[in-house]
Design a protein around this ligand. Structure first.
Ligand code: NDP
Length: 294
């Protein structure tokens, strides 16, 4: 039976460490990291995410600025707000909650964020830095995956990693981070042939496909570390919704060496890494060393 990687506990530990660092920054430098979150429209899931982000930001001793705009906000109005947030010295991190309403093109919006404040790590400059080994801000969910992997396997060099999924938000950046750690990385996607075979070769398997329990136990190399990024809301017979991952936990946990559960695995790491990025951004903007928290 695999070890369960407790993302909830690791995220809580990370948030507590960030809280201590924020107290120190405030006492020694009078610096209080500020995170602005912009929500356009009334998507119920996004409202929950934004509320949670705000609460956890304040609990860590940072300042949360929330900008809730009506669904009919224009692209120009949103760009105007981002410009003001870029200029505001109290704000060190800016996050625009996705998805945006259909009439707004996300690409120019994300590119308008000052790369130094881009705590989601989606700005093309940060994407480029990730691939070229430069100093930038790394997307939160991939960063969370890497913290979990490195807790489990401190020396990643030379290991075979398979990333299932090639999105800009999860698959590609997590593959870049694994490559940075000297893994031999394969990226699989919907056109990959002999997918189960590819997965079985991996020492580390990261599943980010958005397909409920697609990865079965017999797709996994015995002893492999499995990180399940998927969050799939599945309605049950009693009408209640349940969250399931992209990995079939019941069979996979019989074969893997270590595995993240859903919920309670990667999910809680995402907001903790958003706070970590905000602290990193605040320190860099003030010319202070970035605390070595990981
Ligand atoms: P996307 O839909 O953007 O990407 C899915 C990827 O999976 C694509 O590359 C797609 O391939 C591939 N894929 C889809 N179906 C198959 C299949 N049958 N076989 C092989 N590959 C397939 O999803 P995201 O990357 O945004 O998210 C992935 C999952 O992670 C979702 O469940 C999402 O909810 C979850 N998530 C969780 C987060 C967290 O905080 N824990 C944060 C972000 C996402 P192709 O490119 O060929 O179409």
């Amino acid at each position: 039976m695999a070890r369960i990687i407790d993302g909830k506990a690791i995220a809580a530990e990370l948030r507590a460490t960030l809280g201590d660092e924020c107290s120190r920054l405030r006492a020694e430098h009078g610096l209080v990291p500020g995170l602005a979150v912009v929500l356009v429209g009334e998507d119920p899931a996004s409202q929950v995410y934004v509320r949670n982000k705000g609460r956890q930001t304040e609990e860590a001793g940072m300042v949360s600025f929330q900008h809730k705009l009506p669904a009919d906000t224009s692209q120009v109005e949103l760009l105007g707000l981002i410009e003001r947030l870029n200029e505001d010295p109290a704000i060190h991190g800016i996050l625009v909650q996705l998805p945006l309403p259909g009439h707004i093109d996300p690409e120019p919006i994300l590119s308008a964020i000052d790369p130094a404040k881009d705590v989601d790590g989606f700005h093309p400059i940060n994407v480029g830095n990730l691939y070229t080994g430069g100093t930038g801000l790394v997307p939160c969910t991939p960063l969370g995956c890497m913290i979990l992997v490195k807790r489990e396997i401190p020396a990643l060099s030379g290991l075979r990693a398979l990333v299932l999924g090639r999105s800009n938000i999860v698959g590609k950046p997590v593959a870049a981070l694994l490559l940075r750690e000297h893994c031999t990385v394969t990226i699989a996607h919907s056109r990959t042939r002999k997918l189960a075979e590819e997965c079985r070769r991996a020492d580390i398997l990261i599943a980010a496909v958005g397909q409920t329990e697609m990865v079965k136990g017999d797709w996994i190399q015995p002893g492999a570390t499995v990180i399940d990024v998927g969050i799939n809301r599945v309605e049950q017979a009693d009408g209640k919704a349940r969250l399931l991952g992209d990995v079939e936990f019941s069979s996979a946990s019989q074969v893997a060496g270590a595995i993240t559960p859903v919920p309670g695995g990667v999910g809680p790491m995402t907001i903790a890494c958003l706070l970590l990025n905000t602290l990193t951004a605040a320190c860099r903007q003030h010319g202070l060393p970035v605390p070595d928290i990981l």
